[in-house]
Design a protein around this ligand. Structure first.
Ligand SMILES: *Cc1c(COP(=O)(O)O)cnc(C)c1O
Length: 242
């Protein structure tokens, strides 16, 4: 078992947020981007509600969770925030999360998009989604292949009760920072390309990429939403199997 890090301590969460926000500004300046272009999503999987609400109090009002069940358990006690689902969604759970998540970032198949639209339609709402891209072409990862994203986006845009608001990816582990920036830039190009087609039901507003280990490279590559967990809350302590 991992040693309890001192970021179990609330004060450390605040300090971590300050450091990350400073790093975001610096990464933006370095990349010649506006300082307020990049938003921070605090990833709170396995984090208890007290610490999440503390982070929200500190201004981290965008919250990301991986699992539907965990969201449903936390929701009644969660302070006001915008909630993003960032983990793979199974069809049979779509009903439970549509309308509760402000954005479902992890849409990785035509069939799940269709199911989300169906459930949103039943509720009389439009669900915002992002398309997840398997940018490193990794067997182990969810997401559309980069070559098929545009075609799938056009198909998914036909569904009535969803709106495609952007793209999301989890980059491969890569020590070569220049190569990593190139990978993120490829995502950014795709984001710009699709956005420029002006398709009904598609606006490329959110480019969600970058995590604790690679967010500076993601910002250099064009990200406008980084998803940070452990750099805010410390190492995750898993209590149950995933
Ligand atoms: C857990 C997770 C993150 C955050 O990871 P850290 O490395 O802890 O910052 C970001 N995105 C997704 C999809 C995740 O599952």
């Amino acid at each position: 078992m991992e040693k309890l890090s001192d970021s179990r301590n609330l004060e450390t969460i605040k300090e971590n947020l300050e450091v990350i926000n400073e790093n975001i500004v610096n990464a933006c300046i370095k990349a010649g981007r506006k300082e307020d272009e990049v938003k921070l999503l605090a990833v709170t999987k396995t984090v208890d509600i007290e610490r999440i609400n503390y982070a929200i109090d500190c201004g981290a009002t965008l919250i990301g969770e991986n699992r539907v069940q965990e969201i449903l358990e936390k929701l009644p006690k969660l302070s006001p925030c915008a909630l993003h689902l960032i983990g793979h969604l199974q069809s049979n759970k779509a009903r439970k999360i549509v309308g509760k998540a402000d954005v479902i970032e992890s849409v990785d198949s035509l069939s799940i998009a269709k199911e989300i639209s169906k459930q949103a339609s039943k509720q009389g709402i439009t669900q915002k989604i992002l398309l997840e891209v398997n940018i490193g072409n990794e067997e182990s990862k969810f997401g559309f292949d980069i070559e098929e994203v545009e075609e799938r986006a056009l198909e998914i845009a036909e569904f009535d009760s969803i709106h495609i608001s952007g793209l999301m990816c989890v980059a491969p582990i890569c020590e070569d920072k220049a190569h990593l920036i190139k990978i993120f830039s490829n995502m950014h190009n795709l984001f710009i390309d699709i956005g420029s087609k002006n398709v009904h039901n598609i606006t490329m507003d959110i480019l969600s990429m970058g995590m604790s280990g690679d967010y500076e490279e993601a910002i250099a590559g064009g990200s406008n939403l980084i998803r940070i967990g452990s750099a805010i809350f410390g190492p995750r302590l898993y209590r149950d199997k995933h």
